[in-house]
Design a protein around this ligand. Structure first.
Ligand code: ZN
Length: 213
């Protein structure tokens, strides 16, 4: 099964992708993971990407697509994959279609995690992360036993810069502008499946599974 997960940051696609990739043996791939792996392993594509990353520039779509092509040919992608947060623009979606066509692959579903700005801001701005072990908490939904302290390792909990309200609002604006056309793009191909990303993960999981059944 070959899936892409669309949706704003904080709509639950990463969590769901992790769960499904485990239970169904699918490769879970985000652009960030792909870039980091290629740079770390010093592949030819990774070396090319480094110059963009070091200069604070966006890595060109074509480079990302080539990395994806290599990755999707590997053994652990044979049962299928979930692309998490890629494509982000119509240009990227077209490039992905080109790649899949050349590899004789077809997408099964484009799952769109829908959530309101208010809900996303509440989710992300309440998020706290343990500075020591990386465990994730939420002031309202997953509070630590002692405020500000990690249950697992006693480290202090911090808010990531990306998670403060103003930054989240800006990220959402960019997302809505860039990605809204993608929703139409996949709708036209009859691949779009919209799910309520506002639900908690245990409520959302059966809905996603039904779509994939
Ligand atoms: Zn911790």
């Amino acid at each position: 099964m070959r899936l892409i997960f669309l949706g704003p940051p904080g709509a639950g696609k990463g969590t769901m992708a992790k769960k499904l990739s485990k239970s169904r043996g699918l490769l879970h791939l985000s652009t960030g993971d792909l870039l980091r792996a290629n740079i770390k392993e010093k592949t030819a594509l990774g070396k090319e990407a480094v110059s963009f990353v070091e200069n604070g520039k966006l890595v060109p779509d074509q480079l990302v697509i080539e990395m994806m092509r290599h990755r999707l040919r590997e053994q652990d992608a044979r049962k299928g994959f979930i692309l998490d947060g890629f494509p982000r623009t119509t240009e990227q979606a077209k490039a992905l279609d080109g790649l899949l066509g050349e590899e004789n692959m077809k997408l099964d579903h484009a799952v769109n995690f829908d959530a309101s700005d208010g809900k996303i801001i509440e989710r992300l701005s309440g998020r706290r992360i343990c500075g020591k072990c990386g465990a994730i908490y939420h002031l309202k939904n997953i509070p630590p036993k002692q405020p500000g302290i990690c249950d697992q390792c006693g480290g202090s909990l911090v808010q990531r810069k990306d998670d403060n309200e103003e930054t989240v609002r800006r990220r959402l604006e960019v997302y809505r502008e860039e990605t809204a056309p993608l929703i139409e793009y996949y709708e036209r191909q009859n691949l779009l499946r919209t799910v309520p990303g506002e639900l908690d993960v245990h409520e959302l999981e059966p809905i996603v599974k039904k779509i994939l059944a």
